[in-house]
Design a protein around this ligand. Structure first.
Ligand SMILES: NC(=O)c1ccc[n+]([C@@H]2O[C@H](COP(=O)([O-])OP(=O)(O)OC[C@H]3O[C@@H](n4cnc5c(N)ncnc54)[C@H](OP(=O)(O)O)[C@@H]3O)[C@@H](O)[C@H]2O)c1
Length: 156
């Protein structure tokens, strides 16, 4: 099995990396992060990038893998619950709705447009209300699928 691992330098990621390197069923591990693990192992390859929000330049390196462990994130230690929830849960929930075709707070015309865009390769747009504040968040996937962007009303 070939594995991609994000966040291999973190507490959780280090444990996942250790287990993957020990496990004979895992033949290679590609660790992707903003800093190196500092480890050397015949099964380990690393990609170190400052900007992990845009993986397009390394898209070709990501092909042919069987599994991905996404251990990148912010620890809850010392953080207020509200901010932690927003960073680690709310945004991912909206993104998972966007990729699964739940377009959120859109009118019927925009929904039909999206359904067509998925088939035809046009731009896809979703909108969701942020919990608590009620502010609308837009998620846009470009027609060439090169980028998906989160936008607040002031940025749209
Ligand atoms: N620790 C736990 O017991 C536990 C339990 C349940 C869930 N979690 C969740 O699991 C995730 C990882 O937790 P952890 O304890 O392993 O955290 P951690 O020790 O702080 O590690 C975070 C990892 O994410 C990377 N990272 C953080 N912000 C980044 C950014 N903006 N760009 C690129 N890389 C970034 C860090 O890279 P650098 O080394 O370069 O900083 C590091 O590899 C978090 O979402 C956490 O909430 C943790």
């Amino acid at each position: 099995m070939k594995v991609i691992l994000f966040g291999a330098t973190g507490m959780v990621g280090q444990g996942v990396l250790r287990e993957c390197l020990l496990d004979r069923r895992v033949e290679t591990v590609l660790a992707i992060g903003r800093s190196s693990t500092g480890q050397h192992h015949e099964k380990l390859r690393e990609i170190v990038r400052g900007d992990l929000l845009n993986l397009t330049p390394i898209e070709a390196d990501l092909r042919g893998f069987d599994a991905c462990f996404y251990c990148l994130g912010v620890s809850s230690v010392g953080m207020k619950e509200d901010l932690y929830r927003r960073l680690t849960y709310d945004l991912l929930e909206f993104l998972s709705r966007h990729v699964s075709g739940d377009w959120g707070d859109l009118c019927d015309d925009d929904r039909r447009e999206n359904d067509l865009s998925v088939m035809e390769g046009f731009r896809i747009l979703s909108a969701y209300r942020l919990p608590r504040t009620g502010v609308k968040l837009w998620i846009i996937t470009e027609a060439d699928r090169s980028a998906t962007t989160f936008l607040l009303p002031s940025e749209y």
